[in-house]
Design a protein around this ligand. Structure first.
Ligand SMILES: [Zn+2]
Ligand SMILES: [Zn+2]
Length: 169
């Protein structure tokens, strides 16, 4: 054993302990937030949950993980950083596929935005292009069906308010 290795080993126990504590602490904070982050606003007309958006806390893998291609898994693992959240976003008309890495402050902002009771002004602060299916004028969420989304991603709520539900248009 070289003297360098010996030095590393000597530092290890304390380092690991601190890291473990940090992880535990982080998990506690995020466990509370994670609950608030599973959001399925029910459609104001039919009660169908308007697609889900979820943010995964650091260190946890999405439920769909096993079904994802290996290349996707690899690239997500590579992007992973300590304390980083992973946002899986399924909007009314589209989604962000395998998710995007987001930082804790964005995760916190989303958690705040989706704290019940939901209303447009609050949901809007999350910064989702479709505002979770909320119609600004009705201050109510609608499902894909009731938005009557056209091929171009533009939809009309049951009361005739127009809104773009697809970020690509
Ligand atoms: Zn509906
Ligand atoms: Zn409306």
């Amino acid at each position: 054993m070289s003297s360098d290795e010996a030095a590393d080993n000597a530092e290890d126990p304390g380092h690991c302990k601190a890291l473990a504590w940090e992880r535990e602490h982080e998990a506690l904070v995020h466990a509370q937030m994670a609950q608030a982050m599973v959001v399925t606003p029910p459609c104001a007309v039919c009660g169908t949950p308007v697609r889900t958006r979820r943010a995964r806390s650091p260190g946890r893998l999405p439920a769909e993980w096993e079904q994802w291609p290996r290349t996707v898994q690899d690239s997500i693992q590579r992007q992973r950083q300590p304390g980083q959240w992973h946002l899986l976003f399924k909007g009314v008309a589209s989604c962000n596929g395998y998710g995007d890495p987001i930082d804790a402050s964005r995760a916190g902002r989303i958690a705040q935005a989706f704290r019940p009771p939901l209303h447009f002004g609050q949901v809007h602060t999350a910064g989702f292009y479709d505002d979770a299916g909320f119609c600004q004028d009705c201050d109510a969420p609608y499902c894909y069906h009731h938005w009557q989304v056209s091929g171009s991603g533009y939809g009309y709520c049951p009361r005739g308010h127009g809104k773009s539900l697809d970020p690509h248009w």
